[in-house]
Every structure is written in C-alpha cells, then in structure tokens.
Ligand binder design. Structure first.
Ligand SMILES: [Ca+2]
Ligand SMILES: [Ca+2]
Ligand SMILES: [Ca+2]
Length: 463
C-alpha cells in the first residue's frame, strides 16, 4: 500500500507539470536532473509463495545531479508482492536518499515474495528525486502473471529390465500404487498403475512443490525418485517415465550372527556380518548402517570396526562372487537386562541403488521378571478409535515366544488383563478364538521398570 512517503511523488509530478506549463518552453530546453526508470521482471507463471526478481535500472538523463533519490516498490493491485525496502540500499525510502550523477546508471536487484492469490500482481516501481524535469518516466507498472487452472500428472512406471533407461516392451509394472502429494493438497491421492503401467491424476490444484512416489511395486522393483514437481498449469508432467531398477538385495546378501544366544549385561557380544555379491558386476561404495538405538539395548558397535564398510568411510567393495566376513564387538548395555534382549540390526547399502538388504539378530538377556498390564479391544463400530464398550471382555490371553506359550492372563469386563511375573522380553500376544491382531499390532514388549510398566492397548480384529 502507498506509504506517506510514497504520496510525495504524485504531488511532485503535478508540480512538475505546472512548472513545465508556466515555463512554456520546449521540453528539450529543460535543464536539471531527469531520472528514468526501467524494470525487467523475472519471467514465469507465478504461484503464491514464489520469490520473484525485479531488476530496476535508474538512469539520470538530465544535465544535473539528482539529489536525494530514493526508490519504492509496492503492489498496486492483485496478488501482493512483499519486497524488503532495504534491498534498495542507499536508495531506500527509509533513508535520506542518494545522489545520482548526470549520465550515471544504477541497477538495483529486488526480490519479493508473492502472497495469497488475488489475480495477476501489478507492482508499482518508482524512483523519486527532487527537481526531476520529466516525472513521466520515473514510474513503471510491472505485471506478474499468476498461474491459473488445474494440472494433470500422469505417466508410466516401468521396470528397466534391459537397462536402456527407457520403457521397453514387457517392462510395464502393473498394480503399483502411485501416491501424489503436493503443497496445497491435504491428502495423499492414490492411483493404481494399469496393465500398461500407466497412472494419472487429474484436476490437481496448482502447487509449488508436488511429489509422486510409488508403493507396492511388483516384483521387488525399486522406483527411482521422480523429483520435485512444480505444478503451475503448464502441463509439464503429463508424460512421466518413471524408471524402476532391481533392488540391491538381488545381488548383495547380508547375514548377521552373534557368538552366543544368551548374554548378561556387561558381557562382550561379538557380531559377525557376512556380505556377498552374487551378481556379475562389482559392487562399490558399500557400507553398513547399524542401529544401536531402539530401546537402547542393542549392541553399541562402533562404526570404525567395520573398516572400509563403515558408514563414515563408505568404501566397501565386493567383486562378483566375492564374500567378506566382518566382525565387531561391544558390551551388552545394562538396559538389555530390563528389556530381556540385545542384538543388532544393519542395512548393507551402496547409498544409491535402493532395495538395500537388511538383517537383524537378537539374543536373550534373561534374569528379570515384570508385570505387564493392558487392554485388548475390537473396533466394533469401525471408527479406528478405542471406544468405551470395545474391550474384549472375559477372554483368555497368552504370550507366545517362538511358538511356545510363556504366560497367561484373563481380561476383565473392560478387556483389561495383567500378566504377572513374566520374564522380560518381546512376545506375541494372542487371544485364543476367532480373533487376530490388527496389522502391525500383536507384539508385546514386557520390560522391567523403569523402562516398562506402561499400559498397552492392542487392537484385534475378527479373523
Ligand atoms: Ca524523470
Ligand atoms: Ca528398458
Ligand atoms: Ca471404535
């Protein structure tokens, strides 16, 4: 919006016209400073939130110094463009202005950020100086065209079996889920690839950042990232060719082993990692990413023990047919006594292929026992949430480990039960009868205080 400071030039313009009229002299005879402004706006189909550049060039065409020159730029109409006036430097209208000598040319690079969409943005750019003899060239209006409409994102997903980087006959990947998400869309949209591997999303809102990714890709193929898309109505993404490659785990194989099946806290555990290359090409840049996080009971193996295969060095190599055996040791952490287990899990990666093999090994750390209380429930009304009457009442529960029942409990009227004096560890909780755990539920870690003791709620479904 115009500022108080900004109102001045219009008054000056009127005064200049009056002076020209009263002087009754040809314009060519006028003497004094004469700033001329030109503006080059960055080209684009703009979206809210974009940053747009404006190059403002000021020339003094007159025959005298323009003193106290200052510039201003603001949105006259449409989508607002926010411009920090400090970008004008010594021409900022927050200061006392700057002199521009006769014949001098200065260029100021401004950037602004577009706000909420309100049609094309019309930006008023002006440089003022006292006694400018022709104010008509001191003001420029620049229109920034805003993108409009909707977008379509479509393409084909293919497994590049012949490695030519293009979709070839027989390479279509059908039945994969394409997921679209963009800034400005609230939910993940899903399309399933058809028999020819094609997918499409229509009538998408414009978006500065949008992404397509894939799930449930058949045959173990690993889709390569599509990259960030800018949906500004140009239709630039209607014929995507999304390449998928074979997973690294096709050729790189990993196994983990521990030297014992049972440890005590403070023991030294030794882990052996075996890596092999069953492919016909050498594998390079290999490294292990091992997680000593989890509940803090895993073996805290230091990365340097993996040598060239450490995640810091990323320099492991395997020739075709080659196999390497790596070993490392670490002390079993105290916390493992409270969770009942220790171990290690490692991904063997080359950092770029996707589909890296992952392996896990665990051992017991027995001794402690704990009580474990919680609730099993059925989502009777299907709302995905636990409601008051959904506890599975008066049922026997069992904890199972490796197919052996290790503990029993019985639920009360609200589906609550307590397992008493259970050896710490991780179990499968089961309800004998026509029920099965909901997906991703059904595992129960029984941990000793202070690491355990929280109440659990496990959802079961009819099955
Ligand atoms: Ca002028
Ligand atoms: Ca191909
Ligand atoms: Ca419910």
């Amino acid at each position: 919006m115009p500022t108080g400071r900004f109102v001045r030039p219009a008054a000056v313009l009127a005064a200049a016209l009056v002076m020209a009229g009263t002087a009754a002299a040809p314009a060519s005879a006028a003497s004094g400073p004469n700033l001329e402004v030109s503006v080059v706006a960055q080209e684009g189909r703009w979206l809210s939130g974009d940053t747009v550049g404006l190059d403002v060039t000021v020339r003094n065409l007159g025959d005298a110094v323009a003193f106290g020159a200052f510039g201003t730029a603001y949105t006259e109409s449409g989508t607002p463009l926010r411009i920090d006036r400090n970008q004008w430097g010594d021409l900022s209208d927050g200061g006392s202005g700057a002199p521009i000598a006769q014949g001098e040319t200065r260029t100021v690079h401004l950037t602004g950020q577009l706000g909420t969409f309100d049609g094309d943005s019309v930006v008023h750019v002006e440089v003022h100086a006292g006694q400018d003899i022709d104010y008509s060239d001191n003001v420029r209006l620049v229109t920034l065209p805003m993108a409009r409409g909707t977008e379509r994102v479509a393409g084909v997903l293919y497994g590049d079996a012949n490695g030519d980087g293009k979709p070839s006959a027989g390479e279509a990947l059908a039945g994969a889920e394409a997921h679209f998400i963009g800034v400005g869309t609230t939910t993940d949209m899903v399309a399933v690839t058809d028999a020819t591997g094609h997918f499409s999303f229509d009538n998408l809102p414009l978006s500065r950042y949008a992404y397509v990714s894939f799930q449930k890709v058949p045959g173990g193929w690993v889709d390569q990232p599509v990259g960030e898309m800018r949906l500004d109505g140009r239709g630039a993404y209607t014929a995507l060719e999304v390449r998928a490659v074979r997973p690294l785990s096709d050729v790189l194989h990993e196994t983990l082993a521990l030297d014992k099946t049972t440890y005590a806290a403070g023991d030294t555990g030794k882990v052996t990692v075996t890596l092999s290359n069953s492919g016909t090409q050498p594998l390079t840049g290999l490294f292990l990413s091992c997680d000593a996080g989890g509940f803090g009971s895993e073996l805290p193996v230091t990365d340097d023990q993996w040598g060239a295969f450490g995640s810091q060095r990323r320099a492991g190599t395997l020739a075709p047919g080659q196999r390497v055996v790596l070993t490392a040791t670490a002390k079993v952490p105290d916390r493992a006594a409270y969770t009942g287990s220790t171990g290690l899990d490692c991904t063997a990666d080359d950092g770029h292929s996707g589909g890296a093999p992952y392996a896990v090994v665990t051992a017991k750390v027995p001794g402690k026992v704990a009580d474990s209380r919680g609730q099993v429930w059925l989502d009777k009304n299907g709302n995905g949430a636990l409601d008051l009457d959904e506890g599975l009442a008066f049922r026997n529960l069992v904890l199972v480990e490796d197919g052996t029942i290790c503990a029993y409990a019985r639920t009360d009227a609200n589906g609550f039960a307590t397992f008493k004096n259970v050896p710490v560890g991780t179990y499968q909780l089961r309800v004998p009868g026509p029920w099965k755990p909901a997906p991703f539920e059904g595992d129960l870690g029984v941990f000793a205080p202070p690491y355990g003791g929280g109440e659990w709620h496990l959802r079961f479904v009819a099955g």
